[in-house]
Write a protein that binds this ligand. Structure first.
Ligand code: ADP
Length: 265
């Protein structure tokens, strides 16, 4: 069983992961990644880098071509059930059943993960309270505002008390207030001990929330470290500039804005 330096089991351990789709696209080309228990980890990369594929392989939605994934020591293929139970996934799309009520949405999810009725009821009360959804308990999900739907998706991901919460671009296309609100809930979950894997293309989001970040590009992890370490390694002043170096677009750097184009070229 892989261990973090402190000796505890890793939340996520990905080793030499390759994913080749039937179309022939090699979306992951031998990815290895370790996330320690309790970390807030960011996975950053441009569109098509392989972020969703890595998440899908980690949650059993896609099967790897080769390599392995362990979640809290459970092999994602061999010990599928245990591995799956340890993960909560908040997908980017609003994949809610519009005919269910808020309470039913959480209750069915808990039932799917084998929680008994009493436990489900207690957990639902707790989550509705912390996500400010108590008054919406009996409302059909289709009647919720956009912000409430996003909160419900997060609450549902946490319903079965996963130790690892995976967030696939949770704030794509949401307004500033909702983004800040979602950050608040996710930070709270992390403070309560949940390990977080966040994929995002908002660099500011990764910088503010994540203690460690991996850059993925073309199906490969190209670098990882804290935001400051990455900026230093790329020889630039910010995570954004490190990212622009990575994707080969350093001419877009805000550090150049207003600079004399003739100077220092
Ligand atoms: P990201 O989430 O970083 O945008 P993806 O994991 O979605 O990247 O995609 C990585 C690569 O795999 C892309 O080239 C994409 O077109 C391809 N891809 C993703 N899903 C499939 C699929 N189901 N079948 C074939 N190719 C896919």
């Amino acid at each position: 069983m892989p261990s973090s330096p402190a000796g505890s089991v890793l939340a996520l351990s990905v080793t030499d992961l390759v994913k080749r789709y039937p179309s022939g696209t090699e979306a992951l080309k031998g990815v290895s990644l370790e996330i320690a228990d309790g970390e807030f980890f960011g996975l950053l990369g441009p569109n098509g880098a392989g972020k969703s594929t890595l998440i899908h392989c980690s949650t059993g939605l896609a099967s790897p071509t080769s390599g392995s994934i362990e979640i809290f020591g459970h092999n994602a293929e061999g010990n599928y059930r245990e591995a799956r139970e340890a993960v909560g996934l908040a997908p980017q799309e609003l994949n809610i059943d519009w005919f269910l009520t808020v309470e039913e949405t959480l209750d069915f999810h808990g039932g799917y993960f084998g929680m008994n009725k009493k436990d489900r009821r207690e957990r639902i009360d707790e989550l509705l309270e912390s996500f400010s959804l108590t008054e919406k308990r009996d409302e059909r999900t289709r009647e919720l505002s956009g912000g409430m739907k996003r909160r419900l998706i997060l609450a549902r991901a946490l319903m079965h008390r996963p130790r690892l919460l995976i967030l696939d671009e949770p704030t794509a296309g949401v307004d500033v207030e909702l983004r800040l609100e979602l950050w608040h809930y996710v930070k709270q979950a992390n403070l309560e001990g949940t390990t977080i894997l966040l994929t995002t293309h908002y660099l500011e989001e990764a910088e503010q929330l994540c203690s460690r970040i991996a850059f993925i590009n073309g199906g490969e992890i190209v670098d990882q470290g804290s935001s400051a370490e990455l900026a230093e390694r790329f020889g630039v002043g910010s995570l954004e500039d490190a990212y622009l170096e990575l994707v080969g677009r350093k001419e877009l750097s805000r550090a150049h804005v207003g600079a004399d184009p003739e100077a220092g070229q």
